[in-house]
Design a binder for this molecule. Structure first.
Ligand SMILES: [Fe+2]
Length: 57
């Protein structure tokens, strides 16, 4: 369960990174939004990696 959440968070991060690159120099508003969303997803990733550590020991 936790591992599938981690995979989903990693996918979300990868997608946001793609969008951030794709709009570079073209659409700063979308890029800024995606950077903020990426930060949220990276925080979730850290949180769930912590849960995994906690529950697998
Ligand atoms: Fe998330």
């Amino acid at each position: 369960m936790i591992k599938s959440v981690i995979a989903a968070e990693e996918n979300a991060c990868a997608q946001y990174k793609k969008i951030i690159k794709a709009v570079e120099g073209e659409d700063y508003v979308t890029q800024d939004l995606c950077i903020r969303l990426l930060a949220d997803e990276e925080a979730h990733l850290v949180q769930f990696k912590g849960f995994l550590k906690e529950y697998s020991s």
